[in-house]
Design a protein around this ligand. Structure first.
Ligand SMILES: Nc1ncnc2c1ncn2[C@@H]1O[C@H](COP(=O)(O)OP(=O)(O)OP(=O)(O)O)[C@@H](O)[C@H]1O
Ligand SMILES: [Mg+2]
Length: 247
């Protein structure tokens, strides 16, 4: 469904993506792992069409989103749901208002239909009756769930999750992961997720892709990645500290 080809992106002199290739199969959950600052969010922003590459392509069902503008790009984005790193809720809107936002803006549904779907979406993430609270009045874990409800309320075909569980306690991490799995089974979206939750993500991913030095160093099913002889992958998933050159 999504095909990333030789994607290159630099900010000034900093080369972040250096000819990155990645294929995401329809209906799969692909998790991108890698060092902090390695370019995972930058990669996601290219998939969403929020950043333009210096070179390379991002094909979504054959259309190159890096070259789309205006209405054509909106058309592709209408099929997307996005959970941004940090949640990115609108603080001036209630939780229900946040979830309603894409229904109004993207789907232009009428108020009655919006209200029904918002309540259903909040219930799906275990937040029934919490809609009238503001983001500042709920916990971090609840904010993440509101962000997930907002991303999924339009029943998108493709969902991007940028660290949906970072900063949550281990029980909540598993709760959110199970929630995502459950919703995935129900709605059958294609998911691309960035996550630092190792080893938990190995239980929910169909495919794991390790981003290293601007490219995908290794990609495969969780079991293959976990058993990988590649020192870059092994060091990362075991959390081994970096060694000085020659040590
Ligand atoms: N708009 C931008 N302008 C300049 N530099 C940027 C911009 N966006 C990202 N960068 C740089 O690109 C590099 C990769 O950033 P990115 O946010 O993709 O990292 P990440 O892998 O998502 O890290 P983390 O796991 O900490 O979220 C960083 O060095 C960052 O400073
Ligand atoms: Mg990031």
């Amino acid at each position: 469904m999504i095909k990333v080809e030789r994607l290159v992106k630099a900010f000034g002199r900093q080369q972040v993506l250096r000819g990155l290739d990645l294929d995401v199969a329809t209906g799969s959950i692909t998790v991108v792992i890698g060092r902090s600052g390695g370019g995972k969010s930058v990669l996601l922003r290219h998939l969403i069409g929020l950043l333009r590459p210096d070179a390379g392509r991002v094909l979504v069902d054959g259309a190159d989103v890096t070259r789309l503008h205006g209405r054509a790009l909106d058309e592709v984005r209408r099929r997307y749901g996005v959970v941004f790193q940090g949640g990115a809720l609108f603080d001036s809107m209630t939780c229900a208002g946040n979830v309603a936002f894409p229904l109004r803006e993207k789907l232009r549904l009428r108020a009655a239909e919006v209200a029904t779907r918002v309540e259903a979406a909040l219930t799906q993430v275990g937040l029934e009756g919490m809609g009238s609270k503001y983001p500042a009045e709920v916990s971090g874990g609840m904010r993440k769930r509101v962000a997930i409800a907002r991303a999924l309320v339009t029943e998108p075909e493709i969902v991007f999750f940028d660290e949906p569980t970072t900063g949550l306690d281990p029980i909540l991490v598993n709760t959110i992961h199970h929630l995502i799995l459950e919703l995935h089974r129900k709605l059958r979206f294609t998911a691309v997720m960035v996550s630092h939750e190792i080893p938990e993500i190995f239980e929910i991913a169909d495919t794991v892709a390790m981003l290293h030095e601007g490219r995908i160093a290794e990609v495969g099913p969780p079991a293959v990645i976990q058993a990988s002889p590649n020192p870059v992958v092994r060091q990362f998933i075991r959390g081994e500290p970096e060694r000085a050159e020659g040590a």
